[in-house]
Write a protein that binds this ligand. Structure first.
Ligand code: ARG
Length: 579
């Protein structure tokens, strides 16, 4: 099953070669949307110079060599040398029938690649902030989409679970007791727990001494200390899991691959870098100096792999992640869905890994850069008091607001149903706001706009889906009934045709999201699908139409709903039964 554009592209490529000669084999026919037809072919204009013939003449020759009688009702040369294609309604209807019969709705299965995805990665005993929210949501959408495209996705949650603060945190946990209300904060308000430890550390020299000794014990692998540390991690990951569940994110404990995972490899990483002459001691620290990387005043910028006190840093651990993902996970393609400000860090790590032979050229490695989320003041989002925002509080607020909207619009809903829908809408609104803009751009966090039923929002799309559902509910029919997937579809009205053409693009768009790693393209597609459906529904009566038009239109509605639900599912957004 292919989209109309994908179906005609190879035929045009062949005609170009037949017309202009073998040296034009495989030339891109440059298909673009057209104002006057379904698509326009810009190849003649693009190739005329190379062919040393006027573009219009080239266009006419290509058309003469082209047989699109099955696919097109009109193939016309226009203007300076465009070729305008108008698809046959019957041909579109046939493609649509194939899409409806396909469980994958026309989404191709790509040649399987092993794709580790590094995303979410919050820090233990710290609040997850909106930045973590965004990598979590974008990473999860990519994981779902790539999996659906047939890839072997390996989720890697690189949590911050190691480092000097753990001495103080463990010591604090020991003092307050694991079953105390203070310890319970780790699962509800981790910043508060952290602050408790910090205050003691700063104010009580004896505690500080014990905390420092605890770091040494932890690093030397003292079993009792490791056990305490494990408890701390357990309480913290329980918090992360509560957030993941609330957000409907697919990460589980099995995906945890925190910084500590690599502890045993760090010494060897440093040794190898030194042996290969890639690292050298500078001011007591072991550093890699890469050509072309300079800091302030043009001074060479080091990637520090071992600090002067012997400790390892974030960069060393990340070198280990590259090596692990290539060597042990057999990655074909590695994604790091992390903040844009870490671009330099990643580039230095990857380049070092390449020089060290840990990252072969045939492994694709990508930083899916996550842009900042801003407050209304266009600064990094914080609470009114200036404290970092609690993510759970934010999610709860979104759900409460969605619930209030729902109470006004649907007072008839039973409480359990109401709560379920409020959660689906509130969470969908937050996630969609993260997903619908380019992942590397900044945006202003505005809960009221996110929850709006109009505009390019999650609730708008969810509402569009429920409108389709309600058509079927009113006739007590099931949109998933195979009869609708098999029904003949007739495309006579412009509204039907436009909706059909949009539906047929689904597979191409999902494949492009997998290739370009841009979930916002799928969001845009779904938004336009909802609009195409609205236009269709306004102009083409469904239930009041005579047969066979009625069944044909119901079949179009059913397919729209399936595509909408699948599309929302691929970006991790629930589709409520009603709103
Ligand atoms: N824990 C880090 C942070 O909160 C993000 C880690 C991203 N992953 C990585 N492999 N460096 O900023």
């Amino acid at each position: 099953m292919v989209s109309p554009v994908d179906a005609v592209t190879p035929l045009i490529t062949q005609a170009i070669e037949a017309t202009l000669g073998a040296e034009f084999a495989g030339a891109d026919p440059v298909l673009r949307p057209s104002q006057y037809a379904d698509v326009q072919v810009n190849a003649a204009l693009a190739l005329a110079k190379r062919a040393k013939r006027p573009p219009r003449e080239v266009a006419t020759a290509i058309v003469a060599a082209l047989d699109l009688s099955e696919q097109c009702s009109a193939v016309e040369v226009s203007g300076p040398g465009f070729i305008n294609l108008t698809f046959r309604d019957s041909w579109l209807a046939r493609l649509l029938a194939q899409q409806a019969a396909d469980e994958r709705l026309g989404v191709p299965t790509q040649p399987r690649q092993i794709v580790p995805i590094d995303y979410s990665a919050p820090n233990v005993a710290k609040e997850m902030h909106v930045g973590h929210l965004r990598t979590t949501v974008v990473g999860d959408a990519l994981a779902r989409t790539l999996e659906f495209l047939g890839h072997d996705v390996i989720r890697q949650n690189h949590i911050g679970d190691w480092g000097t603060p753990f001495g103080m945190l463990i010591e604090h946990l020991l003092e307050v007791g694991e079953d105390s209300p203070q310890a319970a904060l780790l699962e509800t308000d981790p910043n508060a727990f952290y602050q408790g430890a910090r205050t003691k550390f700063d104010g009580d020299p004896e505690f500080a001494t014990r905390a420092r000794a605890r770091v040494v014990a932890l690093q030397s692998g003292d079993p009792a200390t490791l056990e305490r540390w494990q408890r701390l991690i357990g309480l913290s990951t329980a918090y992360f899991n509560r957030i993941y569940t609330a957000l409907d994110v697919t990460l589980t404990d099995a995906d945890l691959a925190g910084e500590s995972t690599y502890n045993d490899e760090l010494a060897a990483i440093c040794d190898e870098l030194e042996e290969r002459g890639l690292a050298q001691i500078s001011d007591g620290a072991l550093c890699v100096f890469l050509p072309g990387y300079t800091g302030r005043e043009g001074k060479p910028l080091p990637l520090i792999v071992r600090k002067s006190d012997g400790g390892y840093g974030y960069g060393t651990t990340d070198l280990a992640t590259v090596r692990h993902r290539v060597r042990d996970l057999h990655a074909d393609r590695i994604l790091y869905v992390i903040g844009a400000p870490q671009a330099l860090h990643l580039r230095m790590v990857w380049e070092t890994a390449r020089l060290a032979g840990w990252l072969p050229d045939d492994v694709e490695i990508v930083h899916v850069q996550i842009g900042n989320v801003l407050g209304e003041d266009r600064k990094i989002l914080r609470t009114r008091s200036g404290a970092p925002l609690r993510l759970m509080a934010l999610i709860e607020e979104a759900i409460a607001k969605a619930g209030a909207h729902l109470d006004a619009a649907r007072p008839d809903l039973a409480p359990a149903e109401r709560d379920l829908i409020a959660a689906q809408v509130g969470v969908g609104a937050i996630k969609y706001a993260d997903l619908s803009v380019a992942h590397d751009s900044e945006y202003v966090f505005d809960l009221d706009r996110m929850l709006s039923l109009t505009g390019n929002t999650g609730p708008y799309l969810q509402y569009a889906a429920t409108r389709v559902r309600s058509i079927f509910r009113s006739i007590e029919a099931d949109p998933a009934d195979p009869a609708f997937a098999q029904a003949a579809i007739d495309l006579a009205e412009p509204g039907e045709r436009a909706l059909a053409a949009h539906l047929l693009d689904f597979g191409t768009v999902v494949a492009a999201v997998g290739d370009e790693l841009e979930p916002h393209r799928l969001c845009t597609y779904l938004f336009e699908l909802a609009q195409a459906f609205s236009a269709f529904y306004e102009n083409c009566p469904v239930l009041k139409a005579d047969e066979p038009t009625r069944t044909s239109r119901l079949a179009l509605c059913a397919l729209t709903l399936r595509v909408m639900e699948r599309g929302l599912n691929l970006v991790g957004i629930r589709s409520p039964q009603q709103m």
